[in-house]
Design a protein around this ligand. Structure first.
Ligand code: PRX
Length: 637
């Protein structure tokens, strides 16, 4: 028969046979001796004994057949730069970059932190790390010095690769001062900093520490740096993500399992084929960028488009919602990946822009990172005339958990509002939040959980903190050792799943995952803030925005509107400077007290409900009803 249901069943009933077959999609220097070692749950070790290399599979492997074909296309509508690397050119540049890192003392297992805008060099740097077995830690360029400092401290990189600046909507954001400040704040100091100079912002360079990328590349031009064969279970990278605490977690990924998972997903889920062009509008600072800008498409032998710019602006800074479609036409993009927020931004523009370009190369548009609302899905589906595939996953999983496998015939129909069905390898369950009992009836709401062993590509652990990995993810559902996604979900009678928001304090702003605790800790550091609560509030464009409520320590801010405005301004400034504009709350409201239980627990969900003009539910534990009344009054709710 060969339906998706059969494909899925094989992956669950005979995972080792299933994944042994998938493992043939990549090159191995030494084949694995054991497909899965699940002897120490919840840790799953895939392809034990095998040796391979991500860079080899992404670049070198394709030289025999497609050396002259495009591999990396970097386009910036901010600077007008546009450059294509063939696989041969990418191979040469990655080796020069690898030689540069080696010369700076980077060895196997050392960390290299990458803090860069969307330029081709960022991808070259990632691949260079993978080539020599260095662990890359890419930090989103939109984060500011405080966020960057805590990541530098946790990752302890030997080298940081960065740039003079990024640009967004014509506004130059200088990275170097933010990086210098972050290094100053961090207890760990990198031995060297490598800087791509784009000529956008002046840079002070620290003698002995700071190097120019271009100079190193010239010095090491023509270098031959063979791939270091790594154990399948070695660490390829870490990427930081937010959770319930203020301290971001370093999600750690392996080498072999990740390579196989991505190769399999490119074939079965994305239906991307070698020689074609793939375009994801995400950023290398996020997991989507790691999996589906850099490694996935390249492993599949596709050219990948690295785009800097907004979806709505061309070089002349005039709104032009056509830029993405112009790129699709020009580079004959076959598979595209974006986020619902970006589509909602486009929706505000002239729909004729969609018809202006030849989009006949495009087979499907995948959207992920936040709930896809039906009007947005319908609008873009009608406009493009190709299937819109919602996919649900997380930084932790590395590749889709719920979606529709486009590469497995017969293709399953899409269903608006649902990302789809569990992907092969994932034992997805809906569990009762209090009892841990499995909810098997259609329409029952519970915590979306995954039963181990987790499939290849899934996070190995939290960087240097196995206990945190186990305690955070595997002990949150009472009475069961299952991985919690911290999302609410339901399943319908046909087995399609629906995601109903987070169970924890994580919020999702324009597809970007943020922890409210991190924002609270930042705001609490303001001298005039006694207490603070940050909640995520539904927003038509961004999905959610952060809303802050603060109790001022002194002064008139709680009662005087002008004083409150002044404090709000200072707090917004503080959050932008420390965490980045992304984390900046939409509003900061001053109150005299926060809604808490009698035992002092903050009632975040009640605040959120009031902000969204919903019923706050059971308030019997609320200590002082006046506090919630105040929130209501402020919002005019
Ligand atoms: O709450 C879910 C939401 O985003 C979270 C994961 O965010 P992040 O780690 O940044 O990974 C994004 C990878 C695509 C999830 O826990 N989320 C992600 N995709 C969807 C989603 N919510 C609804 N529908 C989705 N398709």
């Amino acid at each position: 028969m060969g339906s998706y249901a059969d494909f899925y069943r094989r992956s669950i009933e005979a995972p080792e046979a299933f994944w042994a077959e998938q493992a043939r999609l990549i090159d191995w220097h030494r084949p694995p001796e054991q497909i899965l070692d699940a002897s120490r749950p919840p840790f799953a070790r895939w392809f034990v004994g095998g040796q391979t290399n991500l860079c080899h599979n992404a670049v070198d492997r394709h030289l025999a057949q497609r050396a002259q074909q495009p591999a990396l296309i970097a386009v910036s509508t901010e600077t007008g730069a546009e450059r294509t690397w063939s696989f041969r050119e990418l191979h040469a540049d990655v080796q020069a970059a690898a030689a540069s890192l080696l010369a700076l003392g980077v060895g196997r297992g050392d960390r290299v932190l990458i803090y860069m805008p969307m330029v081709g060099e960022a991808i070259v740097a990632m691949l260079a790390c993978a080539r020599i077995g260095a662990i890359h830690c890419v930090v989103f360029g939109g984060f500011a010095s405080g966020s960057l400092a805590s990541r530098i401290e946790d990752a302890e990189p030997r080298v940081v690769v960065s740039a003079d600046a990024g640009s967004r909507g014509g506004k130059v954001i200088a990275y170097k001062p933010l990086l210098d400040e972050a290094i100053r704040l961090s207890r760990h100091k990198p031995a060297a900093v490598v800087l791509v100079d784009r000529g956008l912002a002046p840079m002070d360079r620290e003698a002995g520490r700071d190097h120019l990328w271009a100079e190193l590349m010239v010095r090491h031009q023509g270098a031959q740096v063979p791939c270091t064969w790594l154990e399948a279970t070695d660490v390829s990278y870490t990427i930081y993500t937010s959770g319930t605490t203020g301290k971001p977690k370093g999600v750690q990924r392996d080498v072999g399992g990740y390579a196989v998972a991505l190769a399999a997903s490119m074939k079965h889920i994305f239906d991307g084929r070698a020689g074609e062009t793939y375009f994801s509008t995400s950023d290398i600072g996020w997991v989507v960028g790691h999996s589906y800008i850099v490694y996935g498409p390249l492993i599949a032998g596709m050219a990948t488009l690295c785009y800097e710019g907004l979806p709505t602006q061309g070089l002349d800074r005039q709104p032009d919602g056509g830029i993405w479609w112009q790129l699709v036409e020009k580079y004959r993009v076959s598979v595209m990946f974006s986020a619902p927020t970006a589509v909602r931004v486009l929706k505000k523009q002239d729909p004729a822009l969609l018809k202006k370009y030849d989009l006949s190369s495009l087979r499907a548009l995948f959207l992920a990172g936040e709930p896809l609302d039906e009007p947005t899905a319908r609008w873009i589906s009608d406009g493009l005339g190709v299937p819109i595939i919602d996919n649900y996953w997380q930084t932790e999983s590395g590749w889709p958990i719920l979606t529709l496998a486009r590469g497995v015939e017969p293709q399953q129909p899409t269903r608006f509002g649902s990302p789809g069905v569990p992907m092969y390898g994932y034992r997805v369950k809906i569990l009762h939040e209090a009892t841990g009992e499995e909810l098997t009836e259609p329409g029952q709401k519970g915590v979306l959980a995954i039963e181990g062993p987790t499939p290849p590509g899934f996070m190995q652990t939290v960087w240097r903190d196995d206990a945190r990995f186990v305690d955070t993810y595997w002990k949150s559902v009472p009475g069961r050792s299952v991985y919690s996604t911290f999302d609410w979900g339901i399943r319908d009678a046909e087995g399609y799943y629906y995601i109903l928001g987070r169970t924890d304090d994580v919020i999702n702003v324009a597809g970007h995952r943020l922890g409210t605790r991190e924002i609270e800790e930042c705001i609490a550091s303001h001298a005039n803030v006694a207490e603070v609560a940050v909640v995520g509030v539904a927003d038509a464009l961004k999905g959610q925005v952060a809303m802050a409520f603060v109790v001022p320590r002194s002064g008139a801010a709680a009662t005087d509107a002008d004083a409150a405005r002044a404090l709000e301004g200072e707090i917004l400034q503080l959050v932008s400077a420390r965490l980045g504009a992304l984390a900046r709350p939409a509003r900061v409201h001053c109150v005299t007290g926060l809604p808490k239980t009698r035992s002092g627990k903050l009632l975040r969900r009640a605040i959120q409900a009031v902000c969204e003009r919903r019923d706050p539910g059971d308030l019997t534990t609320l200590d002082d009803p006046g506090t919630l009344q105040q929130v209501r009054a402020l919002l005019g709710a």
